[in-house]
Design a binder for this molecule. Structure first.
Ligand SMILES: CCCCCCCCCCCCCCCCCCCCCC(=O)SCCNC(=O)CCNC(=O)[C@H](O)C(C)(C)COP(=O)(O)OP(=O)(O)OC[C@H]1O[C@@H](n2cnc3c(N)ncnc32)[C@H](O)[C@@H]1OP(=O)(O)O
Ligand SMILES: Cc1cc2nc3c(=O)[nH]c(=O)nc-3n(C[C@H](O)[C@H](O)[C@H](O)COP(=O)(O)OP(=O)(O)OC[C@H]3O[C@@H](n4cnc5c(N)ncnc54)[C@H](O)[C@@H]3O)c2cc1C
Length: 705
């Protein structure tokens, strides 16, 4: 689809037909007065770019984290993209399941080789740390869906880093980072995903042989879902209940070899396969895995946080009981960045398309306007750009918080872990939920063409909607944050100090009502008051239920709806606050127009959420109807102010066409030409008459069936 792919022939894809029937394709392209469809860029998009009043690359640099990081990213992207084999001639979505998987493996190996040979020599291992989002982003030029290697780099390697002893790391990491072995993370089972204390796979220590016996006692204990498990991985992290000296010590991580390193056959005692078609992730060979008394050496238990000695003695090393959950916290932090990136892609596609697409008449007889000129379209799309910024900046902030807590923990201090868990849980929940909803909004904003897989919007949605479930379901994670909030509220009530992200409670517990003012800081404060009001209401409900004889657990359960809403409101206030502060900080030295447009986007986000939550504002603050009316007016003014810069703003996300992979969103705006070009790649267009005509249709129509 991108220019670098023109004329490419993919050895694995069934495209012989394409050459054979090229005359048919050429005929279709000569539909306009016998002229071939235009190869030149769309004029409307060119005009949009000419009217943009700020320096696009300044915003790109802000989003990348500085000019040097932009340069580094572009260097990595250009190495990977100049390879020329990054996309398919036959769209991957038109292939059958086996061909798609094989093609995904081919491309994963190709991309891995480029990273190993060319990118790592440029950046060193740093690329796997702070630059991993660049690797992830560049990978999208290779995969429209998901690489079967995602879990290897996304969870297998991080688990060894986070849960292995230094000796275990020095043994496993070089092999894993060099792709001599490929692994995944098998925690979820058929019977349990959320409640991990209820996992049923067992790892029983046998001191006679100094081995663990891994066993799946029943069907519900089969591992289910792990990405890359079905066909790709030869190793995996298995999370299992540890038994030693007759006692169960709860779940622990083990490195388990599941396939022969040479033949790739499953090892005796291992039952492994792929789980079947799903809504997305169809190139990720998500798998199932069962064990029949399968033995692994003692030192394959990852022993940084707890150990089993040769004689079977269990030794707790870690100072906090939940450190074995560390990989999940890490991935939740990474996911905020991941969904911000995917939302930015969807916004780019929908905004560019809306500048190209003309539909209906605003005034009878006048030319049809670009659909981006409808205020309702602006309402659908500009909040997507603003949310992509909000989540990107929140994710950078969360990453810094995560790194600081990690550094503390290296020195044995786990004091800030509960706050990190509460923050990463709610930010993961809200960012994934918002992004999925807004990507779908982008798809709907593109009308019928948004439904085409070649727009890439359906694939983006199917990928991002899964992030709301995996790595901790939305509701479950918000309830985790609620636990923290209720405890903090009780601390604040009794006059004890609370941690920074809940310091607003100290003022709110006194019972003041907040008086609305429409400034950014005013809206943020109102959002905190709404959160405090919801937390307070939840506390009241729990206490009332307990007073009426309920046990705490029952009272908590019955208050669940309010608790989820309270955690959601808290997280929204945190995002609003961080987004504001980071915008002000990062634009302090920017040119005036960049400052203005970033401020407008930020205000748009704040006003949008104030208007979405008018009921809460009226209930928990002293906001009046007049305040709401003026907020609505401000919101509409912001839509108009942002309109001329909309295309510039999405250009600032700086996605090469190869990464965007969209007929509707390419930089040149040749929307209709690309739609037709992609349609002609459909296998059904391989021949003028399909054989089913002779087999079924003709006999039916001629009464000979
Ligand atoms: C070519 C290469 C190309 C590629 C290139 C790419 C290169 C770059 C790579 C970059 C990659 C980026 C993208 C990655 C994508 C990855 C995809 C991932 C896919 C999906 C993976 C998965 O999907 S994998 C499974 C995740 N599965 C869960 O996510 C289970 C949720 N379920 C729970 O997580 C627990 O079940 C749950 C609810 C906490 C209760 O746990 P529980 O029952 O034990 O605990 P309780 O509720 O009783 O709570 C008791 C007390 O523990 C406290 N606490 C609980 N957790 C705590 C914690 N973590 N830290 C601290 N404290 C914690 C709590 O706050 C209470 O504290 P207190 O008592 O003080 O109130
Ligand atoms: C695409 C994809 C990839 C995945 N990859 C992996 C992987 O690589 N490795 C891996 O180990 N796992 C993986 N998973 C599994 C994933 O982590 C789990 O599906 C997820 O944690 C949710 O658990 P569950 O499926 O058991 O849902 P359930 O817990 O059964 O949830 C079902 C419903 O019950 C509700 N619910 C559950 N518990 C509570 C509660 N305590 N209070 C209130 N409501 C509750 C939920 O909110 C939800 O509405 C993947 C899943 C998907 C979809």
């Amino acid at each position: 689809m991108g220019t670098r792919c023109e004329g490419l022939r993919d050895s694995l894809s069934p495209i012989a037909y394409y050459e054979e029937y090229s005359h048919f394709r050429l005929d279709c392209l000569k539909i306009d007065d016998n002229k071939e469809l235009s190869m030149s860029a769309n004029e409307d998009l060119a005009k949009e770019r000419a009217r943009c009043d700020f320096n696009v690359s300044e915003i790109t640099n802000i989003l990348d984290g500085g000019i040097e990081r932009t340069k580094q990213r572009k260097k990595i992207e250009s190495i990977a993209l100049s390879n020329g084999k990054c996309c398919d001639v036959t769209p991957e979505e038109t292939l059958g399941p086996k061909e798609r998987y094989e093609n995904a493996i081919r491309k994963s190996c190709l991309y891995t080789k480029i990273v190993k040979d060319q990118v790592l020599t440029l950046t060193g291992l740093e690329v796997l740390g702070s630059n991993s989002s660049v690797l992830r982003r560049t990978a999208d030029a290779f995969f429209k869906d998901i690489s079967p290697f995602l879990l290897h780099l996304g969870m297998f390697v991080p688990t060894i880093m986070g849960q292995g002893t230094p000796e275990q790391q020095s043994y496993w990491l070089p092999r894993a980072l060099d792709f001599q072995i490929i692994g995944t993370y098998a925690q979820t089972e058929l019977g349990h995903g959320t409640f991990i204390r209820g996992l049923e796979t067992t790892a029983t220590y046998d001191p006679d042989t100094e081995e663990f016996v891994i066993h799946s006692p029943r069907l519900t204990s089969y591992k289910w879902w792990a990405g890359g498990l079905g066909k790709t991985s030869n190793y995996c992290i298995v999370v299992a209940q540890l038994y030693t000296q007759g006692k169960c010590y709860g779940i622990h991580p083990f490195i388990v070899q599941i396939r022969d390193e040479d033949t790739h056959m499953p090892l005796p005692g291992v039952r492994v396969g792929e789980i079947g078609p799903r809504m997305g992730f169809n190139t990720a060979d998500n798998g199932f895995l069962g064990f029949d008394h399968y033995r692994i050496p003692r030192n394959h238990m990852l022993m940084k946080n707890s150990q089993v000695l040769k004689d079977g003695t269990y030794v707790k090393v870690a100072s906090h009981s939940k450190l074995t959950y560390g990989t999940m916290v890490f991935v939740r932090v990474m996911l905020v960045n991941e969904v911000a990136f995917n939302l930015a892609k969807a916004a780019t596609i929908a905004v560019r398309y809306s500048a190209v697409r003309r539909q209906s008449e605003k005034i009878s007889g006048e030319p049809e306007p670009q659909i981006i000129d409808y205020v309702t379209q602006q309402h659908k799309l500009f909040v997507c750009i603003a949310t992509a910024h909000a989540l990107q900046l929140s994710s950078n902030w969360l990453w810094k918080t995560f790194s600081a807590v990690l550094a503390d923990m290296r020195g044995g201090n786990t004091e800030n872990l509960p706050e990190l868990h509460a923050l990463s849980s709610c930010l993961k929940a809200l960012s994934t939920s918002d992004s999925a909803a807004l990507i779908e909004q982008c798809r709907l904003a593109c009308g019928g063409h948004g439904y085409m897989l070649s727009s890439n919007l359906p694939l983006l949605y199917s990928f991002v909607t899964a992030t709301r479930t995996y790595e901790g379901d939305y509701t479950v994670l918000l309830l985790q944050t609620a636990r923290f909030l209720i405890k903090a509220w009780e601390q604040a009530e009794s006059g004890n100090p609370v941690t920074p992200t809940v310091s607003y409670m100290e003022e709110a517990v006194v019972g003041n009502k907040y008086k609305w003012n429409g400034s950014a800081e005013g809206i943020i404060k109102a959002a905190y008051y709404v959160a405090a009001g919801k937390i307070s209401s939840s506390v009241t409900s729990i206490r009332k239920r307990m007073k009426n004889g309920k046990a705490f657990e029952d009272a908590w359960e019955l208050t669940g709806v309010q608790l989820v809403a309270a955690a959601e409101a808290h997280c929204r206030a945190v995002i609003c606050d961080v987004y504001r502060k980071e915008t002000v900080r990062l634009t302090a030295n920017s040119s005036p127009n960049v400052k203005t447009v970033m401020d407008q986007l930020n205000m748009l986000y704040l006003s949008h959420w104030a208007l979405e939550r008018t009921g809460d504002l009226l209930r928990y603050t002293s906001t009046t109807e007049d305040d709401i009316i003026s907020c609505q007016q401000r919101y509409e003014e912001l839509l108009a102010a942002i309109r001329p810069n909309a295309v510039g703003l999405v250009d600032a996300f700086d996605f090469p066409d190869e990464i965007l992979q969209s007929t509707l969103g390419a930089y040149d705006g040749r929307v209709y030409e690309r739609l037709m070009e992609e349609a002609l790649k459909s296998p059904l267009n391989a021949e003028p008459v399909n054989r089913s005509f002779h087999q079924y249709l003709k006999p039916l129509m001629q009464g000979k069936l």
